[in-house]
Design a protein. Structure first.
Length: 181
């Protein structure tokens, strides 16, 4: 019969001062009742140990974001321009949903102001102002840190409203937003 090598305790239970050995654990093993070093510092939702996930640059992937999202978009051109506010790109929103990562591309060959607005039933909230004009006739950007939850009742909309300042010129706008499912 083969002799089993003695296990030397290297950990101590603080209450009893008794020595306990380290246990061998592999990815996917349950973590309950295991004494293991922090080589596997991650647990899945079931309590099983797992290796951290990394991307192609060996960076740990960390996400607090929901994975089910929908990208919504609309593009509109007002060919004649306007000296008063006109609705351009418009996206209908669902009630009680989170929206984030608003993106826009706006342009006009003359001075103009574009506003990204959220409409919660009858209440309008300006989320951003974008002015185009001398030397900057187009602006495109994604606003990553801006997020909001649509209202609980009534019509919910995200839109770009625009107007020319001095002279009329075509107003163009594209609007995008990520909807968390």
């Amino acid at each position: 019969m083969a002799d089993v090598r003695t296990s030397f305790p290297i950990l101590e239970v603080s209450g009893t001062e008794a020595g306990v050995p380290l246990h061998k654990v592999l990815e996917g093993d349950a973590s309950a009742a295991k004494n293991a070093l922090a080589a596997l510092a991650f647990k899945d939702i079931a309590g099983n140990l797992r290796y951290p996930k990394v991307n192609a640059n060996d960076e740990i992937i960390i996400s607090t974001e929901a994975t089910d999202v929908a990208c919504l978009t609309d593009r509109v051109e007002n060919a004649t321009g306007s000296s008063s506010d006109v609705d351009l790109a418009t996206i209908s929103l669902l009630v009680d949903h989170e929206y984030k990562e608003i993106g826009f591309a706006v342009s006009c060959a003359r001075d103009a102001i574009f506003q990204i607005v959220q409409i919660d039933d009858a209440t309008t909230t300006v989320l951003a102002d974008v002015i185009v004009g001398s030397g900057a006739y187009s602006v495109a950007q994604e606003i990553k840190c801006l997020s909001f939850t649509s209202g609980s009742t009534g019509t919910q909309t995200l839109k770009i409203v625009a107007k020319n300042f001095n002279a009329l010129s075509a107003l163009r706008a594209t609007l995008t937003v990520t909807e968390v499912q």
